[in-house]
Ligand binder design. Structure first.
Ligand code: HEM
Length: 434
């Protein structure tokens, strides 16, 4: 059966299947199965309400203990335990279906939409060997050494943003959003004057990454055209007049005659722009909100910047900006010993895995010096976040600096949460600088 057929039959088939297995220690029959029940459907639905958004962690606990794999009402399989999320992201039999194979989730004419064409033609949704090739070409120009070289620039950008902050303000607007936008703008070589427009353009474009509706497409498509045209122009400019920025490096990159095509260059620049924006914004926002609720930890972060690397890992684990990754089984496989057929859509709840008591002692406690900490927040396997060193560095510089500059920084009103399960964060986080 082709993967296309398999997906067609799998989506919505929704039948629980039971597999009997012998447990050697006990010599008795146990039943491991993909669980599907009205309770599970309700639980998954509750997670999509604003109450679930506010604090999904209690729901995640129920999900983890219900079964290793559950089937959602739309037919997708959900894993929520740390070991299973970890395994799903590393299993070579699990990957991405092409947009055509997924008929792209109700929009079979997906390629008529500039937003979907731009977003679905990037390496995040590709399998080897295409993914391997693109990742190799970009990672050469996006090394941890290059990221470390950005430290002085990040310190300067942070200081500049802090200089402009005073009194009552929204932390997201004033700091958590402009910091990553400015850093990625510097890295890619987007001229200063052109950067502000990207805030709303990327916001509009990523509407389709959240819920794919005709309305979201109507917002995202014009933004995609503007972004594509702008970046195509920038790539052209760098081809004739190279600079020291990442776009110039990507234009020049390549080995054995292999180079990124024009489309691939624009796709890659777009991916770096949108993958680096909102995720890092939400890391900063979620981290500050968690520190407000844990004043001792806030003081530790303020007075001991050397504790920041471990603290940032723990803040990533405690409230991950990316809660979910999606995959498809390319071949039949097993997850936690349970057979899973080819063509199943899979969703790994990273935020649930990050609070799994089987992996983390006292998982609901924020322990900034937690040892043996390996959160799932940057994904895993071949798609492991390319920007992880950059995101970590930004947070390690920014959080102690904010708290040091404003020792009496405090919440100043009700924060507004994003209505999203995939991306967890705040639309606004009112603070007073003290
Ligand atoms: C706190 C901030 C960030 C978080 C939590 C985060 C999280 C993630 C996760 C979970 C994935 C894996 C997605 C999957 O497996 O389906 C990913 C992939 C990726 N991230 Fe990030 N990210 C962050 C910041 C950044 C930044 C700053 C950049 C770039 C400047 C970036 C670029 C990428 C790219 C290019 C990929 C795709 C890698 C591939 O497919 O091989 N990310 N990120």
């Amino acid at each position: 059966m082709s993967i296309k057929d398999a997906i067609a039959t799998a989506v919505g088939s929704g039948k629980p299947r039971a597999v009997a297995s012998l447990t050697p220690e006990h010599g008795e029959i146990t039943v491991s199965s993909i669980l599907e029940s009205p309770e599970i459907h309700r639980l998954l639905h509750d997670l999509t309400t604003m109450v679930g958004r506010e604090d999904p962690y209690a729901w995640y606990g129920k999900l983890r203990s219900a079964a290793p794999i559950v089937r959602a009402e739309d037919g997708a399989l959900v894993v929520s335990r740390y070991a299973d999320c970890h395994a799903v992201m590393r299993d070579p039999r699990i990957g991405h279906a092409s947009p055509d194979q997924l008929a792209y989730l109700g929009f079979p004419n997906w390629s008529d939409h500039p937003s979907l064409r731009l977003l679905l033609n990037t390496m995040t949704t590709m399998n080897p060997p295409d993914h391997t090739r693109l990742r190799r070409l970009v990672s050469g120009a996006f090394t941890p050494r290059r990221v470390q070289e950005l430290r002085p620039a990040i310190v300067a950008i942070v200081d500049d943003l802090l200089d402009r902050m005073s009194g009552d303000l929204d932390f997201i607007d004033a700091f958590a959003f402009p910091l990553p936008v400015t850093v990625i703008g510097e890295l890619l070589g987007i001229p200063l004057a052109d950067r502000p427009q990207f805030q709303s353009l990327i916001h509009d474009l990523t509407q389709v990454a959240e819920v794919l509706t005709a309305e979201a497409l109507a917002t995202a498509d014009p933004a995609a055209v503007t972004i594509r045209d702008y970046l195509t122009g920038l790539v052209e400019e760098r081809r004739t007049k190279p600079g020291t920025d990442l776009i110039s490096a990507l234009v020049a990159t390549g080995d054995d005659g292999d180079k990124l095509t024009e489309d691939e260059l624009v796709g890659m620049a777009t991916l770096l722009l949108f993958a680096g924006f909102e995720t890092t914004t939400n890391l900063l926002g979620n981290a500050l909100a968690a520190l407000f609720e844990h004043p001792d930890d806030l003081r530790l972060m303020r007075d001991h910047p050397e504790a920041a690397p471990a603290a940032v890992e723990e803040l990533l684990r405690f409230d991950s900006p990316v809660q979910i990754v999606s995959r498809v089984t390319l071949q039949s496989t097993q997850i936690d010993g349970i057979p899973v057929a080819a063509g199943e859509r899979l969703v790994a709840y990273l935020g649930a895995g990050n609070r799994d008591p089987q992996r983390f002692a006292d998982p609901d406690r924020l322990l900034l010096d937690r040892s043996d900490n390996a959160p799932l927040s940057f994904g895993g396997g071949i798609h492991y976040c390319l920007g992880a060193p950059l995101a970590r560095l930004e947070a390690q510089v920014a959080l102690p600096a904010v708290l040091h500059r404003f020792p009496r920084l405090a919440p100043a009103g009700a924060a507004q949460r994003r209505d999203s399960l995939r991306i967890r964060g705040f639309l606004s986080l009112p603070v007073n600088t003290g």
